[in-house]
Design a protein around this ligand. Sequence first.
Ligand code: AMP
Ligand code: ZN
Length: 480
Amino acid sequence: MTSQDKKPLILFNSQSRQPEIFAPIHDGEARVYTCGPTVYNYQHIGNMRAYVFADTLGRTLSYKGYKLKHIINITDVGHLTSDADEGEDKMEKMATKSGKSAWDIAAYYQADFENDLERLNIRKLEHPKATDYVEAMIEWGKDIAEKHCYECETGLYFDTTTVPEYGSLARAISDEEDAEGRIENVAEKRNVADFAIWRKTPAGEKRQMEWDSPWGKGAPGWHLECSVMSKELLGHPFDIHTGGIDHREIHHPNEIAQNQAHGNCEHSGAQMWMHNNFLVERGGKMSKSSGEFLRLQLLIDRGFHPLAYRMMCLQAHYRSELEFSWDNLSAAFTRLKRLVMMMERIDRTIIPAEPVHQKLAAPMQKFDAAICDDLNTSIALTALDDVVSMKKIDSAQKLGAIQIIDNVLGLNLMALSRTDLRIRPKDARITANAVKTKLSQRKEAKANKDFAVSDALRDELNAQGIELMDGDPLGWDWKI
Ligand code: AMP
Ligand code: ZN
């Protein structure tokens, strides 16, 4: 495909509420900031959807030829149990509960998060920590204090009426109860939406994480860190700011207000604001406190490869709600297995060539059009299927086409093997020999056309976490 055939990249900007052609601020470069995790606990797979989305965006920008600078920050201070300024500091609360230091907790959960990123084949990025930017946050606070803030007993607050069109990014929160729960009024605040730039440590108390400031000992507000870090690391304005849709309602409007205040109201800090929709459970929004805590590790413990979860995310559009179910995950895993089986029939040791063959033009154009259409990964996957199943085509070129597509989708198809996908469920008790015996019994039953027996054996093996794929000439068996 020549560069003229390539489509412009169109992305949905939550701020203008419409799709826009991506036009970088700096020629040939794309600068992206993604709000990272609050490292007081494990991330659930819903959180990880936000990073699969951000990674797909980053990979797409690389594919379109931009030199990418992408940051995912680590929130290791300042995030309260509610996004508005209510409740306790998440880090300090966990520290008290666990008897560990807030610093140790942050280091532990950051490492766990980074491990999950790697398992989801999310490209390695810089993960700067908020606690390393507190001085810069204090400076920022000093710069905006006089014109945009007021001090009261609990801290320095941002007056949201001092910037034009505060909150224009947010949609009405559909769930009234939730909306009310999130923005409670604090007696001291002038306006309901005002938020803390600095939170003072209450008199007579000592926080584990606290710093001196012109407004007393305390800690920065959570919203401030992303304004400061994005400016320090990417410069303002930069190209794209991402996060989950909950951030569209409070956190990002507050970042924008701070950026406007600091930059004399000229810009919101980023040119585009992009938000992934939620991963939900049938019962509603995924949470760390209620129901089963769905961590990536739990999926692996049940015998799923982590990239099956990535596949599940890619099958949906990032702006659509995605419902998690074990069946959906199984279906995504099966799709991944089939792809890997097809890949094993291609010699992956040869050097991939540029896919110039005419037969490859259609699927490559389909892929380009899909991914440029606001990251339509589900259609992009069908273009991948088209290429992988293509027959009578030069292997090097076919491999080259797959590599281009997979560099964006990130399913690691150039390396993944069937052995990698055989994950022993944590509580599997069956031995390799027992599996072999059942497989040969099943083969015999099939040869005798005794399908009831063969199906029963298959179900029995499935219950033990062993999946059989009959379409596979090599046989998909279990290996311990
Ligand atoms: P947090 O650690 O709470 O700051 O969340 C990390 C990221 O996950 C943020 O971008 C959130 O918007 C996003 N997020 C939280 N819950 C979900 C969910 N159920 N589905 C998708 N993204 C989510
Ligand atoms: Zn943020």
